[in-house]
Design a binder for this molecule. Structure first.
Ligand code: ZN
Length: 478
C-alpha cells in the first residue's frame, strides 16, 4: 500500500487514486529564461523518481510538466521584472528566442540525467485561451474583480485560502509574498493578479495578448496572465478539474500553490488536488547556491569536470525528496565510485550467468518485495537503494542478482542495462555516423557554429559525447 506525505494535512496518507490504477500528476516546471542549475535538476529527478515508482507499482501515470515561457515576475509575488524579458534584454534576443534556447538546453540536460519524457509538456504560451477562460469564470462568479491595471482574485471570497500553508492571513497586512502592484484599487493586500494589463509598471511589456477584459488604460484588454493561473489552466486542460498528485518545490507552498488552489477550486467548484507533494532543496557546500558565492553549478559544469551525468543522478538517489541534500564534489566523487561499482557488478554477473548458461535473468521476489515496501513509504528511494547494496552482497546466483537489479533500475533510472554490452565496442547508429561525418567537414571548414550544433544533436539524440582531439573526433557514451 502506497503512502504519501501530503502537504495538505501534513501527514502520511494512504494513496487512493481518483480512477483505479490511474494517476493524474502535474509537476510545476521551470521558467525558461536561464540555464537551470543542478538544484533545479534535482527537483526534476525527484519528480521522475516518483513517476517511475508509480509506474513500477503498476499505475498508468499521466505526467504533465510545464514550461513557464512568459509573465513570471522575478519575485514569486506580483512584483518585479518579468523573468523572460530580463533574459531577453540580457541576451539581446526576443523572449520567444530565449524560451526556445533554454527549453532546448533543459531538455538536453534532463535527457542526460535519464529523466523520462513527460506524457505532456505544456508550454504556457500555448494555453492563453484556457487561462483567459478561467479568469473570465472567476470574474463571472464575482470572485475576481478588475481595476485599471489588473484583474485580481479576491482572497476574502475563498475562506480556505491558507489551508495548504497553514499560515495566518491578516487581510490588513501587506503579507510578504502576496504582492502589491501599487494598485490603490486592490481590495485586500493579499489579493493576487490573474491578469496584468499592459499599463503602469508593465506598460512596456514585450509579451502581451488581447483579452476580453476591460481596462480604461489599454485597448483590447492587452496584457498577460499572472503566473499562478498558468498552472491552474494547464493542469485543467490536460488532466481535468481534479488531480491526484501535484508536485513542486517547498517554496511554492505559501504563494504559488496556495493561489492555484484558490483559483481552481473557485472556478471549478470542486477539489483541485488530492495529494500535494513538495521537494526540499539542494545546498552546495552547506549553503544555498548563489551567484555571489560562486557556487552555482549546472550540469555542463559537472560534465566538464569529467563526471558522468548519471553519477549525479546516483548522488540524487541517496537522499529523500523531502530532505535537503548537500552537494559537494567529495560526495559526487563517492557517488561516482558507487555508480561505477554497480556497473561492474552488472558486467561481472552477466559474464558469470553466461558461463553457467543462464542468460535468462530472473527477479528475486523477496528482494523485490522489500524494494517495493521501501518505495511505498513515501517514495523512500534512499531506503530502496540500500536494498540494492544488500542484493550485491547476497548469496543469490548471478543471473538472479542481475535480473533483480535490472528490474530495480526501472525506478533508479541508471541505464544499467546499457553496460551489458561490451564497453569496448561502442555501437554508433548510421544516422549518428552521418552527423559525425558532417561535423568533421564543418570543423575542416572552421564552421564552429554548425560543429557545435551537431555535437549537441549527437548528445541529445544519440547520447554520444564527442571530444575533439589531435587524432580527430573521439566518441564516448554520454
Ligand atoms: Zn506551477
Amino acid at each position: 500500500m502506497l503512502k504519501i506525505y501530503n502537504t495538505l494535512g501534513r501527514e502520511l496518507q494512504t494513496f487512493e487514486p481518483i480512477e483505479k490504477d490511474k494517476v493524474r500528476f502535474y509537476h510545476c516546471g521551470p521558467t525558461v529564461y536561464w540555464t537551470q542549475h543542478i538544484g533545479n535538476m534535482r527537483a526534476v529527478v525527484m519528480g521522475d523518481l516518483i513517476r517511475r515508482t508509480l509506474m513500477y507499482l503498476g499505475y498508468d501515470v499521466k505526467y504533465v510538466r510545464n514550461y513557464t515561457d512568459f509573465g513570471h515576475l522575478t519575485s514569486d509575488s506580483d512584483e518585479g521584472e518579468d523573468k523572460m524579458e530580463k533574459g531577453a534584454r540580457r541576451e539581446g534576443i526576443s523572449p520567444k528566442e530565449i524560451a526556445d534556447k533554454y527549453i532546448k538546453e533543459f531538455e538536453i540536460d534532463v535527457n542526460r540525467l535519464n529523466v523520462l519524457e513527460p506524457s505532456v509538456t505544456a508550454r504556457a504560451t500555448d494555453y492563453l485561451q484556457p487561462m483567459i477562460e478561467m479568469v473570465q469564470t472567476l470574474l463571472d462568479k464575482g470572485i475576481a474583480y478588475s481595476t485599471p491595471t489588473a484583474i485580481f482574485f479576491d482572497v476574502s471570497r475563498f475562506p480556505e485560502y491558507t489551508k495548504l500553508s497553514g499560515q495566518k492571513l491578516d487581510m490588513n497586512m501587506l503579507g510578504e509574498g502576496h504582492g502589491d502592484v501599487s494598485d490603490s484599487n486592490k481590495r485586500n493586500p493579499a489579493d493576487f493578479a490573474l491578469w496584468f494589463f499592459r499599463t503602469g509598471a508593465h506598460k512596456n511589456a514585450l509579451q502581451y495578448w488581447p483579452s476580453p477584459f476591460k481596462s480604461s488604460e489599454v485597448e483590447n484588454g492587452n496584457g498577460f496572465p499572472g503566473w499562478h493561473i498558468e498552472c491552474s489552466a494547464m493542469a485543467k486542460a490536460n488532466l481535468g478539474d481534479i488531480l491526484d498528485l501535484h508536485m513542486g518545490g517547498v517554496e511554492h507552498i505559501p504563494i504559488h500553490h496556495t493561489n492555484e488552489i484558490a483559483q481552481s477550486e473557485s472556478a471549478n467548484d470542486t477539489d483541485y488536488v488530492h495529494y500535494w507533494v513538495h521537494n526540499e532543496h539542494l545546498d552546495v557546500d552547506g549553503t544555498k547556491m548563489s551567484k555571489s558565492l560562486g557556487n552555482v553549478y549546472n550540469l555542463s559544469n559537472i560534465i566538464e569536470k569529467g563526471y558522468n551525468p548519471l553519477a549525479l543522478r546516483y548522488f540524487f538517489l541517496q537522499s529523500h525528496y523531502r530532505s535537503k541534500q548537500n552537494f559537494t564534489f567529495d560526495a559526487l566523487d563517492a557517488a561516482s565510485k558507487a555508480y561505477e561499482r554497480l556497473i561492474n557488478f552488472v558486467r561481472t554477473w552477466a559474464k558469470e550467468s553466461e558461463s553457467v548458461n543462464r542468460p535468462d535473468y530472473q527477479v528475486d521476489e523477496e528482494f523485490k518485495d522489500r524494494f517495493i515496501k521501501s518505495l511505498e513509504e513515501d517514495f523512500n528511494v534512499p531506503a530502496a537503494l540500500a536494498i540494492v547494496w544488500e542484493l550485491t552482497r547476497s548469496e543469490l546466483p548471478s543471473h538472479i542478482k542481475l535480473g533483480t537489479l535490472l528490474d530495480f533500475d526501472r525506478v533508479l533510472g541508471l541505464r544499467l542495462d546499457e553496460s551489458l554490452s561490451d564497453p569496448e565496442t561502442l555501437e554508433i547508429p548510421l544516422e549518428a555516423k552521418i552527423l559525425l561525418e558532417e561535423r568533421n567537414i564543418a570543423r575542416i571548414n572552421k564552421d564552429f557554429k554548425l560543429s557545435d550544433e551537431l555535437r549537441d544533436r549527437l548528445q541529445n539524440e544519440f547520447r554520444l559525447m564527442v571530444k575533439d582531439t589531435a587524432a580527430g573526433q573521439e566518441v564516448t557514451k554520454a
